[in-house]
Design a protein around this ligand. Structure first.
Ligand SMILES: Nc1ncnc2c1ncn2[C@@H]1O[C@H](COP(=O)(O)OP(=O)(O)OP(=O)(O)O)[C@@H](O)[C@H]1O
Length: 605
């Protein structure tokens, strides 16, 4: 009897087993996944569209969403390179992506077929009931086009002058920002007072949060008192940080009346503010039931997707003031869209950029600036020069050696030991401080330069420091990250905490060292250990010291925004472990997300 042949599986599960016809070579080349093909066939099929070139265009629109773009620019489709945008399984040691030669349809005939398709609404005035939309050379899934229209309309409606007493405003600005050199912060207060939309952008430590607090105080004076103010951020962690810093700043205001008028503010997630009803698109608040607030301030807006921004804008009362705050150079949202970046780049009014770094060490700030401006020579020079705040371990092989990671290891061991000791002593505040002392950030989740591998390595180092691994479900000293929002405990996806000993057993401490929240282990929502995290996960948080361990230069995840976001997570020290080629590849590679808002004039019509 012959043994059955072993089943041979395609190692890339996202490549369809067999895609016939025109889409076949695109699937085989890895440009399209089975999900892209499936969704495209379904949406076109429902409308009776059999033309394969239209199916291809639809599949590319679906693919674009995976890569963070809102639409596909069909004329540029043939310049596609094979690079799975968020693909963790991509082998980072593989060579850089290369253009692929594929059977692209002839351009003019392709566009004509798409525009004439019963699945496609042609232009802004096209039918409202089709799954796809063609507009200005871009093909969208219709839902995303509607979100863009919503944002564009809201922006136009909100950027109209709001009358306020000019003398009163002058007096408030002079009181709150008396120094002439704080002219940008003054401008932000003026913008927020005189417009219903203000975009406040700037790198870390440029005074955004300080400005938010003082502009709230100014608004309570010139448009209040008694304005209802909502503060929000895309993640619970970012919201907690915002609340803490804004209230600290409000308490420190020099004038009693400003302090009294502003009061104490609460911040929550954007989802919570909008009354999230358990699905990503259904919210209690919207155009039919607006938020009651007079002022809505949202921080960390770089993390907001197009869809969430559209929902937010349509839920804020037309006569309320909306202030969007964030660093437009950071990684954009995991979902499609880079609205903050589009607004900062495209608006000729309503945007205030803060540029003076107040907190950052000078060499850290210079490094962040070099990366942000795409200057790879300067980035390398600054890394090489090093300093009190910058360390570089240039690696040469595809995988870092023990020597390459020696300084990382020393940091992980010392902070790990401090964390475990504090947790064993039941000192939650000290354990939480130790938790934010150092963080290892990576681009990938899996693979040799991924979180899974490095979390295991660092966990071993910590275990060696603290008397071995424990098999307990919640070992004392284990750092945890929450992976799901949980109303019952008030914990949010991304919150980090630590397991601490108490006289009654173990519990988990979350929050800031001066505002500890304890949650018994049996009430915890889903959590994971957090010995290392992706840069995406680290967004919205800062740590005293950060090690960014870069994948090899060929990794598709290595981008300017990724490196900038990693570097700007550090308060005191950024250590980069990676090759010169990887650093240069990152700096030279800004993420390009296609959207109709980003095109010239895309925000005005
Ligand atoms: N005009 C100013 N003059 C002097 N110091 C300032 C000024 N504005 C802000 N600061 C100080 O600079 C530091 C950073 O300010 P802030 O936290 O507001 O920046 P940020 O842009 O919100 O930073 P991040 O994005 O990291 O949260 C704070 O210590 C703050 O007190």
């Amino acid at each position: 009897m012959t043994a059955p042949l072993p089943l041979v599986e395609d190692p890339r599960a996202d490549v369809p087993w067999r895609v016939p016809g025109l889409l076949g070579p695109f699937a085989a080349a890895g440009v399209l996944t089975s999900a892209d093909v499936h969704v495209a066939r379904r949406v076109t099929g429902l409308c009776g569209e059999q033309d394969e070139s239209v199916q291809l265009a639809a599949a590319l629109a679906v693919r674009a969403l995976r890569a963070g773009s809102v639409c596909v620019v069909l004329a540029e489709a043939a310049t596609l390179v094979v690079e799975p945008a968020q693909d963790d399984d991509a082998d980072p040691s593989s060579p850089a992506p290369t253009p692929v030669h594929l059977p692209w349809p002839e351009a003019a005939a392709w566009v004509a077929a798409v525009r004439a398709s019963p699945a496609v609404a042609d232009g802004a005035d096209g039918p409202a009931d089709r799954p796809l939309r063609w507009c200005d050379g871009r093909l969208y899934l219709d839902r995303y086009w509607r979100d863009e229209v919503e944002v564009r309309t809201q922006v136009a409606q909100r950027l109209v002058p709001v009358p306020v007493d000019p003398d009163r405003l002058d007096a408030a600005v002079d009181r709150l920002f008396p120094r002439a050199e704080d002219d940008r912060q003054q401008a932000a207060v003026r913008a927020a007072a005189t417009s219903r939309l203000t975009v406040l952008t700037g790198g870390p430590g440029t005074g955004k949060t300080t400005t938010v607090a003082r502009l709230v105080a100014a608004l309570q004076d010139v448009a209040g008192p008694g304005l209802r103010v909502a503060l929000a951020a895309p993640t619970g962690k970012a919201a907690a940080r915002l609340q803490e810093s804004v209230n600290a700043e409000l308490r420190a205001l020099a004038h009693d009346e400003d302090r009294e008028r502003a009061g104490e503010l609460h911040a929550g997630t954007v989802h919570r503010l909008l009354g999230w009803a358990g699905s990503t698109t259904r919210f209690a608040h919207g155009p039919g039931r607006r938020l009651p607030h007079d002022v809505v301030v949202v921080d960390e807006c770089s993390m907001m997707s197009l869809s969430l921004m559209a929902r937010l804008m349509s839920a804020v009362r037309p006569d309320a003031r909306l202030v969007l705050v964030g660093d437009a150079h950071q990684l954009a949202s995991v979902e499609a869209g880079a609205v903050l970046g589009d607004l900062v780049a495209g608006l000729d009014q309503g945007v205030v950029e803060l540029t003076r770094e107040h907190r950052f060490g000078a060499d850290l700030a210079a490094l962040a600036r070099a990366i942000r401006t795409g200057d790879d020579d300067l980035t390398i020079a600054l890394l090489r020069a090093g300093g009190r705040h910058v360390q570089w371990v240039p690696t040469t092989g595809p995988v870092p050696t023990a020597t390459d990671v020696a300084s990382l290891e020393a940091d992980v061991r010392s902070t790990g030991r401090a964390l475990v000791e504090a947790a064993r002593a039941g000192d939650a505040a000290r354990a939480l401080s130790a938790l934010d002392e150092h963080r290892l950030l990576l681009a990938h989740r899996r693979g040799p330069a991924g979180v899974a591998h490095w979390a295991a390595v660092t966990q071993d180092w910590v275990a060696q420091e603290s008397g071995g691994r424990s098999s307990a479900p919640f070992p004392v000293g284990r750092p945890l990250i929450v992976t799901r929002n949980d109303r019952a405990t008030g914990l949010y996806n991304g919150d980090t905490g630590v397991v601490v000993a108490t006289p009654d057993g173990v519990t988990c401490a979350f929050g800031a060292p001066d505002a500890v929240v304890t949650v018994p282990t049996h009430r915890l929502p889903a959590t994971q250990s957090v010995y290392a995290m992706t840069v995406h996960r680290g967004q919205g948080s800062q740590f005293t010291r950060v090690t960014a361990l870069l994948p090899p230069a060929g990794s598709p995840l290595l981008t300017r925004e990724l490196l900038y976001t990693a570097v700007t997570r550090a308060r005191e020290l950024i250590r980069v472990v990676g090759s010169e080629a990887a650093v240069r590849a990152a700096v030279r590679r800004p993420v390009q997300r296609a959207s109709g808002l980003a095109r010239p004039g895309g925000l005005s019509g």
